[in-house]
Ligand binder design. Structure first.
Ligand SMILES: C[S@@+](CC[C@H](N)C(=O)[O-])C[C@H]1O[C@@H](n2cnc3c(N)ncnc32)[C@H](O)[C@@H]1O
Length: 414
């Protein structure tokens, strides 16, 4: 394992298990790590516990190493504190002293490194079995997926070309143009720099594959940066027609423009705009199709970004923002009579099925089955709410599809 990978593994594991590591420290010492002001000191304590109690490394060398680090990075007194805490941690039995006697939700949260609210929420939404599967899958790093740039290579000969010329070995997925990276480097590699491949999660590619587009179409990609879906759509349109990539973030749009240049895409025009203010008069051209991928709670990508799970996730507030973006786009789609793909990288009900139901109730848009594989949507929400069309939307689960948790719906005006 090279140094970068092993540092990544340290950071990833510590991030994932913050709640358990902090609980061990509290049990051993009455010290609440969240109150430790010095950031390096807080992390040194956590890494020490991770090494000792999760990875079962011998306590003495771990403590010595952490004490030295604390002295170097903070000061002499911090070294003393680390020594005192880790010596007490040594005698903590995680099962007996920390986990036993907890209620099932709290125990699952500690065992699998997730916030308690999320475990509780998933138990109501998915039941215990799927909740456990999701928590476990969120702790595995998913594979990297490479999307073949079909403007430069074809899906039949591309994989062999990548193997022979670039040492990149891939395997097929259920989407023809998306391959699982098995060996070699994807992001930043020579093949990537030359534009032969792009990096895009399999589930994210299903969102851009779900929009019915043809060469020559006019497409609005709303909330488009950094451009995974824009560039996929451009490939599917053979770089003919027009894609207006709309986003509020100018830096994100610059990234998207660079990405298009790398991939040899010319049919994209970036538009800096607040999507909540889009209306039929202000769109650059009457669209044939719209893709809406608004900012969400990102609860579907905790397998790639473990630190995100510890940030507050007010699902209802996210749902309000998603609705305000989608609502504006539905007004446009209603007037021009075009289909809309609505997608998120969230696993929640509020941001997904509930939004589709609202699109139907308010604007009369109905979900129609998209032409992409995937699991069906949820039938019931966390409070027993019903969703009429689970077969017509797609869900992607880290534990089933080895991808991000994702939601994809294709909405058509009545
Ligand atoms: C989930 S990301 C989009 C990912 C993108 N579709 C892709 O496939 O690469 C959400 C994007 O929404 C943008 N955004 C947030 N609020 C917005 C708003 N009010 N109007 C337009 N874009 C917004 C963010 O800047 C961010 O780039």
């Amino acid at each position: 394992m090279d140094v970068r990978r092993s540092v990544q593994a340290f950071v990833y594991e510590t991030m994932k298990r913050i709640n358990l590591l902090d609980e061990v420290i509290r049990t051993a010492s009455d010290l609440d790590p969240r109150r430790v002001r010095s950031t390096p000191l807080r992390w040194i304590l956590r890494v020490g516990v991770l090494e000792m109690k999760v990875w079962n490394n011998p306590p003495a060398p771990v403590t010595d190493c952490m004490v030295r680090l604390a002295k170097e990075m903070v000061n002499e007194r911090a070294g003393g504190l680390v020594n005192a805490v880790l010596r007490r941690v040594e005698s903590v039995d995680v099962e007996e002293d920390v986990l036993s006697g907890r209620d099932p939700v709290e125990r699952l949260a500690l065992e699998h490194g997730h916030p308690k609210w999320f475990v509780e929420y998933c138990m109501r939404l998915l039941g215990r079995r799927k909740t456990e599967l999701l928590l476990r899958a969120n702790n595995r790093v998913p594979p990297q997926y490479l999307r073949l740039n079909t403007l430069m290579v074809d899906t039949l000969t591309g994989p062999e070309l990548l193997r022979r010329r670039y040492g990149i070995v891939t395997e097929p997925t259920f989407l023809e143009e998306v391959r699982t990276l098995i060996r070699g480097r994807g992001y930043g590699s020579k093949a990537w720099r030359e534009g032969l491949v792009d990096v895009q999660d399999l589930a994210s590619a299903c969102a851009s594959a779900a929009l019915p587009v043809e060469p020559g179409d006019v497409v609005l990609d709303v909330c488009a940066a950094p451009g995974s879906k824009t560039t996929h759509l451009a490939q599917r349109m053979m770089d003919e027609g027009k894609i207006y990539s709309i986003d509020i973030d100018p830096k994100g749009l610059r990234v998207l423009e660079r990405r298009c240049r790398r991939l040899g895409i010319t049919c994209v025009e970036t538009v800096r705009r607040d999507a909540r203010r889009l209306d039929p008069d202000s769109v650059p051209e009457p669209p044939d199709a719209i893709l809406v991928d608004p900012p969400c709670s990102t609860t579907g990508v905790w397998n790639r970004n473990p630190d995100s799970r510890w940030k507050p996730k007010p699902l209802r507030r996210f749902a309000r923002r998603e609705w305000s973006v989608l609502r504006a786009c539905l007004r446009v789609a209603e007037e021009y009579g075009c289909p809309v793909v609505y997608s998120t990288c969230s696993v929640s009900w509020e941001e997904n099925e509930a939004i589709v139901k609202r699109a139907h109730d308010v604007f009369g848009f109905k979900p129609v089955e998209p032409d992409v594989p995937g699991s069906k949507g949820l039938e019931r929400g966390p409070k027993g709410e019903r969703f009429e069309w689970p077969e017509r939307v797609r869900r992607y689960w880290p534990f089933r599809h080895d991808s991000a948790g994702f939601f994809v719906s294709l909405l058509e005006p009545s």
